[in-house]
Design a protein around this ligand. Structure first.
Ligand code: ADP
Ligand code: MG
Ligand code: MG
Length: 896
């Protein structure tokens, strides 16, 4: 029989799949002997069954009863007992943390009688009624689906009647009245009374938590974070401890290091006389955790000790939730804490130095996406700027945008191409869409652990939180400062998530130090380098030492090639030659296309030859000593001619005016002749080389002559000639024969010997992949052109599909991610593996690489590593990311 319920003492941290992150870590802490209130966890498996069948799986209710009975025995109290009630929280917790996305209900077990019992036991009426009103509020909103504002409004009314803004000023009678009001809200909203039976409360809450897995906001979050939609959530039932029992009680959150910078120290927020979400909700302003030392030194010292225990045990930065009940500390949650990209790198290297992890492990603790984040520009420190205010530096980065005050406007304006900043008093999960759309988030309430801060850090989005001098009026859509300055919707602000600065207008940005380091302009060992640059350098060095995949660049100019070398490129994987045919050279190319005889064409090609020699000389020189893969001309020729419609109109007008149109008419005829219904599948690539004699020959001549000249100068060169769009070995044989003739020309030789070169092909048609064994007879290397291979495998024309139906495909989950961003492993990836296998059968030392955009995509890099390729090639700025991910791919246990 499947077991659906586990006591906290039965599980451990490796059971996240089954117990959810929260449940697994509660179990781990229990077994570490930390003070965790006892409880049990209902599995994700039970949730999946419930969601699939609309009912709890057989046997679950029995198990829950048994575990509840055991809990009651252990606590010496019964759930909802009239004299001395056991109360529990019913908490959601999925495998991956989804902060604030799902529901938790506290104080379950309170009703009209047990509230009196609780008051007597605690000797505190106010506390008992405050807890009861929280239960009705949370239960009403999350279990009974009553709009949360109805309760919030009633609470506001009660405070207004009392002439206060602080919850704490409401006394026992006020709370009692509020419970009555809330019960009325429940009756109005659902047509029934608030359930008094404790077990019924618990069962309904469990189901509500199960169902919250499928709430719209949880779905949005999962898509954003690429969390699978079918995992389900576990439910932890945890005996209550109370932070709202007076000023010697309280609740807090803490990080074992600064989640923003990675600096060591005590980071967190604490709130006296408060329960649960009061801290993160930003309802009252919190105290810095360090203040707890003054308030309750015993609990503080114990907390610090537990934090050290947790760090040593998890060997990582942890975040925790705790509650102090009348001077006794309770641990309510821990997990390996979310952190900024900068903190990820610094913490990983600190942990090496502290002997907690080794360099291989450190490499697994950072990601290419985080590195990309660190390469973004930041604000220019020296620029003149007008400071509006300073808040908390909640999530780093530099964001500039037009101020908007609600999620919907943020989404609308961002869709229209505008950069926006979402400004709120505090955010809640309903603001998620707006946060995704915005460049950054600014709030006037809440600290580093507020919803806005946690979510923004998770998304790598800039955030400044708790800018208290700002009065944010969401209804009137304006911000007012203490000194009376106003900012209205649409005004531009700049926010600095690294130091918390908020500036009026647009502040200019400068390159990040990490970028300057990659550019080779910042020595990581010098005093100018900060901890972050040093950490990045250390981890990159280890990634380079660990990786098997080489990393090349896609570059077509000497400048790009030079930058790529600084970034660590080990060659050029794709040098496109089409841009070399534009600009002033267009006329020469037009002449090639329009030539009527072979002689005419040869003449125009001869004029192009010296220019191409210059192009290739610059690139081969910049990449001295490294391989350079040059792709022969790929796009259809009409791309170099004027547009058909424009030219037709031009000729028609000229004829109308009686002007001489002979040359334009000739051109028009050619354009018509070359016009294709579907150019992507038309006369291009190797087909051009065969149909337009002399074209590829000119390019090959230019490559080999450039190489010969440089070699004669003593420059070491390693050219690789790449033939695009091959589908059959016969095509390649035809081109190879032409190449062999050219390379025996004296200009392509030094001292009577041809400069060594390689000839290979792109694999970008399914037929090429399928017949790779044959093609390898004539190819010394394959380069997977995964952009085209994705187009031709799926039958997608990228430019057409991305704008028309891709969003629908992503929304309905047909794709997890666009196959143009992250390689489609089962389809396109299969062809890559097939061609790799077949190619190596024919030619064991065949060189295999990839030059599509996937070469810089972290997940794809891991796939290419596993597929056994020799290198990936990507755009210059993604080289560091590919280096890092290639290192990480080598280190993962899976393929060792
Ligand atoms: P979330 O995932 O949103 O943090 P939690 O299940 O952790 O949800 O609970 C919400 C809040 O209630 C947290 O602040 C948590 O510490 C607090 N809480 C949960 N269970 C208990 C409990 N048994 N006693 C006291 N506080 C609790
Ligand atoms: Mg929590
Ligand atoms: Mg291509």
């Amino acid at each position: 029989m499947t077991k659906f319920v586990f006591d906290f003492a039965e599980g451990d941290r490796d059971q996240k799949d089954l117990l959810g992150g929260k449940g697994a870590n509660l179990a781990e802490m229990t077994n570490l002997g930390l003070p965790v209130p006892p409880g049990f966890t209902i599995t994700t498996e039970a949730c999946r069954a419930y969601l699939a069948h609309g009912d709890e799986p057989a046997g679950m209710a029995r198990e829950v009863s048994d575990h509840l009975a055991a809990l009651e025995r252990a606590m010496g109290r019964t759930l909802g007992d009239a004299d001395d009630p056991l109360l529990v929280s019913v908490r959601s917790g999925a495998k991956f943390s989804m902060p604030g996305m799902m529901e938790t209900v506290l104080n379950v077990g309170l009703n009209d009688t047990s509230v009196e019992g609780l008051a007597r036991q605690a000797g505190d009426e106010r506390f008992a009624w405050d807890s009861y009103r929280r239960l009705v509020q949370m239960f009403g909103a999350t279990v009974l689906d009553i709009p949360a504002e109805r309760f919030a409004d009633a609470l506001d009314d009660a405070k207004r009647a009392k002439g206060t803004k602080d919850d704490l000023d409401l006394d026992a009678d006020d709370c009692r009245t509020l419970v009555d009001t809330y019960k009325g809200v429940v009756r109005d909203g659902t047509g029934r009374d608030f359930p008094q039976d404790p077990r019924e409360q618990m069962d309904l809450a469990v189901r509500a938590v199960f169902s919250s897995w499928n709430s719209p906001r949880a779905n949005v979050y999962r898509r954003q974070e690429r969390i699978p939609a079918d995992l389900g959530t576990a439910v932890s039932v945890c005996s209550m401890v109370f932070g709202n029992l007076g000023m010697d009680s309280g609740t807090g959150v803490a990080f074992t290091r600064d989640p923003s910078s990675g600096a060591r120290g005590v980071y967190g927020d604490y709130l006296q006389n408060a329960q649960g979400e009061d801290v993160v909700a930003g309802i009252r302003n919190t105290l810095a955790l360090a203040e707890l030392e003054r308030i309750d030194k015993t609990s503080y010292d114990q907390l610090i000790e537990i934090m050290t225990t947790l760090e040593n045990h998890y060997r990582d930065l942890c975040d925790i939730e705790f509650t102090i009940e009348r001077g006794k500390l309770w641990m309510l949650q821990t997990r390996v804490g979310k952190r900024t990209a900068a903190a990820a790198f610094t913490v990983a290297t600190q942990l090496i130095d502290e002997g907690l992890i080794d360099a291989d492990e450190a490499l697994q603790r950072v990601t290419g996406a985080q590195l990309a984040n660190l390469m973004f520009p930041r604000f220019d420190r020296d620029a003149e700027k007008e400071l509006l205010t300073t808040g908390m530096n909640a999530s780093p980065g530099a964001a500039v945008g037009a101020v908007v005050f609600d999620s919907r406007t943020a989404v609308r304006r961002a869709k229209a191409g505008e950069k926006v900043l979402l400004v709120r008093r505090e955010t809640n999960p309903d603001d998620l869409d707006g946060m995704i759309a915005a460049e950054g988030v600014l709030t006037s309430r809440g600290g580093r652990t507020s919803h806005a801060a946690v979510v923004a850090r998770g998304m790598g989005k800039t955030a400044v939180c708790g800018a208290e001098e700002l009065e944010v009026d969401v209804k009137a859509k304006k911000i007012t400062t203490d000194d009376g300055r106003e900012v209205v919707e649409g005004d531009i602000l700049s926010i600095d998530g690294t130091d918390g600065g908020v500036y009026l207008g647009e502040v200019p940005v400068v390159p990040s130090p990490v970028m300057t380091y990659f550019e080779g302009e910042l020595d990581p060992d010098s005093d100018r380098a900060d901890d972050l640059v040093r950490a990045v350098h250390r981890i990159m060095t280890h990634a380079d030492a660990s990786r098997r995949l080489r990393v090349r660049v896609n570059a077509d100019t000497g400048d790009d090639a030079a930058r790529a070398r600084r970034f660590g490129a080990q060659g050029i994987g794709l040098c496109r030659t089409e841009h070399m045919f534009l600009g002033d050279r267009r006329e020469l190319v037009e002449a090639v296309v329009l030539a009527e005889t072979r002689d005419e064409r040869e003449k125009s090609l001869a004029a192009l030859l010296p220019l191409q020699i210059e192009d290739f000389t610059a690139i081969l020189r910049a990449m001295e000593g490294l391989p350079v893969t040059i792709r022969l001309l790929d796009p259809p020729l009409h791309e170099f001619l004027p547009d058909l419609t424009e030219l037709t109109v031009k000729v028609a007008i000229a004829q109308e005016r009686g002007e001489d149109t002979t040359s334009d008419e000739e051109l028009l005829t050619a354009v018509r002749r070359l016009h294709e219904q579907n150019p992507m599948l038309g006369l291009r690539g190797v087909r051009l080389g065969i149909a337009v004699p002399g074209l590829f020959a000119m390019q090959v001549r230019a490559i080999t002559r450039a190489a010969a000249t440089l070699a004669a100068e003593g420059v070491s060169v390693d050219p690789e000639i790449m033939v695009p769009l091959v589908g059959a070995v016969q095509e390649l044989q035809a081109i190879n024969a032409e190449i062999a003739e050219i390379t025996s020309e004296p200009e392509s030789q030094v001292d009577g010997k041809t400069v060594p070169y390689a000839v290979g092909t792109m694999i970008e048609l399914p037929r090429a992949a399928i017949t790779a064994a044959q093609i390898a007879e004539s190819a010394e290397f394959f380069s997977f052109g995964t952009n085209d291979l994705t187009q031709t495998t799926w039958g997608f024309s990228r430019d057409d599909v991305e704008s028309s139906f891709f969003s629908a495909y992503l929304e309905t989950g047909i794709f997890g991610a666009s196959p143009f961003e992250s390689i489609d492993v089962e389809g396109v990836g299969y062809l890559v593996e097939l061609a790799t296998r077949e190619g190596r059968k024919t030619r064991p030392d065949i060189q295999l690489g990839i030059c599509g955009e996937h070469g810089g995509d972290p997940e794809s890099v891991h796939f290419f590593h596993q597929a056994g390729l020799d290198y990936v090639s990507c755009s210059p700025f993604r080289i560091p990311i590919a280096r890092l991910e290639a290192g990480r791919a080598s280190g993962t246990a899976a393929d060792d």
